[in-house]
Design a protein around this ligand. Structure first.
Ligand code: G3P
Ligand code: CA
Length: 268
């Protein structure tokens, strides 16, 4: 059984305020291989790290400031730490550059683009040139991965940054029971081929099976999974050959996976 790469979803967001420097630092302390963060472009063309299009959910006083129509300095006035705990009072929204600067050697980042404007990609190219992440043992372009829900943007991102691995994020709509598994799998593979994606980031749903993973492998596509909070889900995905799993609790997840692996070894 392989031990997959662990991606810390919005940092170690189970404990620290999501998408902030403390959350990313804690993730690395908890031995995550990757951090994952969500990014938007501000009115004055700065790339900032926040999940929602506005600040309401991550401010204690529920202050709704729209990210795309505000400047960096306007956004920086807001405290995005207190809502998670008093010890995080005064924490500010970080820029992409600030996040890149704290990535230690041999660690990596999933940049989730939330902003679907082409200008975002232009700015991203500029920043990634200025802030190369230490290029240690990893092949060129492997320190950063770009992920996006909109397949059209994945295709565009690949044109702007051909050396960087770019994955399409897909969430199975299982609650509505809308999609027939085989049909959905066929469409999914078709889209992946059309957009020239390097792989897929799927939520940990029951629809992921051997057939789908076989098609992904035959097409030389990476297979990542997100929303993995239960060790049973992680083990099922590992048995299917997942490359990385994205979780809010990197240390706990790693410990639980390793203990299952050790138990299995002892039995065999
Ligand atoms: O890895 C994909 C995952 O981050 C997408 O979910 O809602 O956290 O952006 P969300
Ligand atoms: Ca995300």
């Amino acid at each position: 059984m392989n031990n997959p790469l662990i991606v810390a979803h919005r940092g170690a967001s189970y404990a620290a305020p999501e998408n902030t420097i403390p959350s990313f630092k804690l993730a690395f302390k908890e031995k995550a291989d990757f951090i994952e963060g969500d990014f938007w472009l501000t009115k004055d063309n700065e790339i900032v790290c926040i999940h929602d299009p506005d600040t309401k959910r991550v401010t204690e006083e529920k202050i709704k400031v729209k990210v795309r129509s505000s400047t960096l300095s306007e956004l920086r006035k807001l405290d995005v730490g207190s809502w998670k705990g008093i010890e995080y009072k005064g924490i500010r929204i970080p820029t992409l550059q600030e996040v890149l600067q704290i990535i230690p050697e041999r660690k990596r980042i999933h940049i989730e683009i939330k902003d679907d404007r082409e200008l975002f990609l232009k700015k991203l190219v500029e920043i990634l040139k200025q802030f190369p992440i230490p290029n240690d043992h990893l092949p060129k372009g492997h320190q950063v991965r770009i992920i996006f829900f909109n397949p059209t943007i994945v295709q565009l991102a690949k044109k702007y940054l051909p050396e960087i691995k770019t994955y399409w994020i897909f969430g199975w709509d299982f609650s509505k029971k809308k999609c027939l598994k085989s049909l959905a799998q066929r469409r999914l593979m078709q889209t992946l081929r059309t957009i020239n994606s390097d792989g897929i980031d799927l939520n940990a749903a029951i629809y992921i099976d051997e057939k789908l993973v076989k098609s992904l492998r035959e097409n030389n596509l990476d297979f990542c999974a997100y929303d993995v909070e239960k060790v049973e889900d992680a083990i099922r995905l590992i048995n299917l050959g997942v490359n990385s799993i994205t979780t809010n609790s990197p240390f706990k997840m790693r410990e639980e996976i390793e203990s299952v692996i050790a138990r299995n070894k002892a039995i065999s």
